[in-house]
Design a protein around this ligand. Sequence first.
Ligand code: 13P
Ligand code: SF4
Length: 361
Amino acid sequence: PASDPALVERARAAKEALGDRVFILGHHYQRDEIIEFADTTGDSFKLAREAAARPEAEYIVFCGVHFMAESADILTGPDQTVILPDLAAGCSMADMAAISQVEDAWQDLQDAGVADATLPVTYMNSSAAIKAFTGRLGGTICTSSNAKTALTWAFEQRGDGQILGTGKVLFLPDQHLGRNTYVRELGGSLEECVVFDPHKPMGGLSVEELRAARMILWRGHCSVHGRFSVDAVETARREIPDVNVIVHPECQYEVVELADYVGSTEKIIKTIAAAPDGSSWVVGTELNLVQRLAKQFPGKRIAFLEKNVCYCSTMNRIDLPHLVWALESLVEGRVVNPIRVDPEVAGYARAALDRMLALPG
Ligand code: 13P
Ligand code: SF4
C-alpha cells in the first residue's frame, strides 16, 4: 500500500531540518517507504563499511535489525549515536546463539582437545557479545559477501596452515552459510562438517566426531531463507522456460546446489540488474527486495521462489511511523532508541570486525 502522504511529508521535513547531522542507512530488506529515505542502501557488509565511513554524521539512523545497529555503534566514533527506529527489530538467527551457550560450547571443544586447532568465524548476524567472543579468540566476522575469504583466512591461521588441512573452524550461527561456503567455495566435503546443537550435551557430538570434523557448524538458521525448498526450485524450472534461479547463501545446501546463482543481497541485485531484458528469474531471498526488483526491472520476469515464505517480520518492524518518530525526536533534541554496546564488549567485537574489514577483496 502507498504510504500516508502526511507521514511522507513529515519524514521529508524532519530529514531536511537535520541536514548532515543525520545519515540514514537502509538494508535491502527494508520496506519501500523506508528505502525512499535512505541515504545509502546495501547488504550488511556495505552498510558496516558505510557506517564506519561517516564520521561527520552525529546520528546514524539504522534501518535494519539490531545486530546491524550494534555493529554500526562499534564501528563509529564516541561522539556518534546509532539509532534503531524500533527496538523490536531483532533477528531470529542471531537469537539462536546466546553468549552463555557459545562459551559452554568452547569449553566442550577444549575438553575434547580440539580448541587449539579451532578458530571461530562468526557471521555478522550475531549479537555483539558473540562478536566479542570471536575477537577475544583471534577470530573474524564475515558476511554473506566475504565468507569465502574469511574462511580461507581462518584455516590459514590454524593447524598446518592449509585451507583443507588440519585446522578447524567453529562457524556461528548460520549452519547453512558455513556449509555452503566450505563445500561449494573451498572444495571441502559434507562429511567434514558437523552440526553443534547447543541444546544437547557436547553439541550432540562425540569426541571422535569433533576431532574428525573440519567445520563445526552452529545449529542456527534464518527463519526466512531456511524455508526455501528443493520442491520450489523444481516447480519453477518446470513452469518457467529458461528460468534463472538465484538464491541467498543462507538457504539450505540442497537448494543452493540446484540454483544457477548464489550471493548476498548486493550480488543478487547486481546480477539481475546486469541480465538482459526478457530474461526470467526466480529469487530466493526476502520478499521486500524481490518485489522491489520486480518493480525496478519491468522488462525482466522476476518472481519470488516460494509461495508460502513471507517477509522477514523483524526487518518489517521498521516502518514509516517509526522512522518519523525517530527523526522528529532528533529535531526536538531527544534521542530515542540509541544502541550502545558495552565498551569492553565493543573493544573485542571491534577487533573481530576490523579483521573482517582488513580481509583482501
Ligand atoms: P546480506 O545483506 O549480507 O546479504 O544479509 C542478508 C540477511 O539476512 C541480513 O539479515
Ligand atoms: Fe535475520 Fe533472516 Fe531476517 Fe536476516 S532475513 S534479519 S537473517 S531472520
